[in-house]
Design a protein around this ligand. Structure first.
Ligand code: ADP
Length: 356
């Protein structure tokens, strides 16, 4: 197993325009690191630089202790899986799987035994004689995975591998990939724009925006302590509610709230000052009540999901979403009370950085 370190990686496609800006992360051996962020934020570029498919403007990439900046892709011992499966259409599944081994001149007997082994792990045993066009999307992606695994690479790179699959298959493939990762233990870097995929798959998540690393850590750390408003809003669905607040006379205030600073879980008060602060509270930390509430709001819409529902309200131009477990209890137009524990509120300063 190989650890990966990216040190101050920069990519400029045009001089002065940075697609990736001073990007640094460390993946321990066996980690499954997910790079997540909106389309165009630079995550595929980072992956392609790790693979050696893209030159690095500046910075260093290490596999273990080895600097790999100047190694060709084929010298890096990586397996890669893309969104488009890139299988050879005229070759059978067997031949597609055998291909990477043929290139490195593996003997026929070893190829057969390795294909047999890998196809059984990936559930392709029955399909070895078929051509890619005779397979479903999920099966094709499985072949692409198996083909990347077959050389037993030191590092596995995934670029949005599940985007072409339907929702049910995506969930299935997520767990298949994690099972394979558990078995092989190969250090992996996985790119997606889907925050659910990031949360459910990553041992660590790197949240990226506009070419810059916003936060790097375990999913639960990032979810419970987002370091800035971008991360707070990006992870979690429905997203965290943002409430504008100003500090005055020891209280955080707006037209419908008034929270004594002493009621917040703050490590330091020193950094808090002035106006244009943002309180962040997740829908699961808000409770709807018929009668009493810290503040009241009118229901504009209810998103019914069966096992729970999301109540969308509006108060003085601020949208608030509440997770609720009593379908049928409320209807749009109702005026409800909303309660929450102040200790669950995240607080961000006027530059969008976390305060508490
Ligand atoms: P993501 O994978 O997050 O969607 P990319 O890494 O593909 O984002 O792209 C990051 C930025 O770099 C985007 O603004 C994109 O337009 C730009 N970019 C990507 N590839 C090239 C290229 N070959 N030439 C110029 N700009 C590029």
């Amino acid at each position: 197993m190989t650890k990966i370190e990216l040190k101050n990686i920069v990519k400029e496609y045009q001089e002065g325009v940075r697609a990736v800006d001073n990007f640094s992360i460390k993946a321990d051996a066996g980690d499954f690191v997910v790079l997540v962020g909106p389309s165009g934020c630079g995550k595929s570029t980072v992956l392609r630089m790790i693979a050696g498919l893209e030159d690095i403007t500046s910075g260093e990439i290490y596999f273990g202790e080895q600097l790999v900046n100047n190694l060709e892709p084929q010298q890096r011992n990586i397996g890669m899986v893309f969104q488009n499966y890139a299988l050879y259409p005229h070759l059978s599944v067997f031949e597609n799987l055998a291909f990477p081994l043929k290139i490195i001149k593996t003997n026929k007997k070893d190829i057969e035994s390795r294909v047999k082994q890998i196809s059984s792990i990936t559930g392709l045993g029955e399909l070895l004689h078929r051509k890619p066009k005779q397979l479903s999307g999920g099966q094709r992606q499985r072949v692409a995975l198996a083909r990347a695994l077959i050389r037993q690479p030191a590092i596995f790179l995934f670029d949005e591998p599940l985007s072409n699959l339907d929702a049910k298959l995506r969930i299935q493939m997520r767990s298949d990939i994690l099972d394979l990762h558990k078995t092989a233990g190969t250090t992996s870097v996985y790119v997606t724009h889907d925050q659910t995929e990031a949360m459910t798959m990553g041992t660590k998540i790197a949240v990226v925006d506009k070419g810059k690393l916003q936060q790097y850590g375990k999913p639960d750390e990032i979810y419970s302590k987002p370091q800035n408003l971008f991360v707070a809003g990006f992870l979690g669905s429905p997203q965290m509610n943002f409430i504008p607040l100003d500090l005055a006379e020891g209280e955080l205030k707006n037209s419908f709230l008034s929270i004594p600073l002493s009621d917040l879980s703050l490590n330091q008060n020193a950094g808090i000052s002035g106006s244009n602060l943002t309180g962040g509270i997740r829908p699961e930390h808000l409770n709807a009540d018929v009668d009493s509430g810290i503040f009241r709001a009118e229901i504009s819409r209810i998103e019914y999901l069966g096992h729970e529902q999301y109540i969308h309200c509006k108060i003085n131009n601020t949208g608030i979403c509440v997770r609720d477990n009593s379908p049928g209890k409320y209807t749009p137009g109702d005026n409800i009370g909303i309660n929450f524990d102040f200790k669950n509120m995240h607080l961000f300063d006027n530059t969008s950085l976390r305060i508490n």
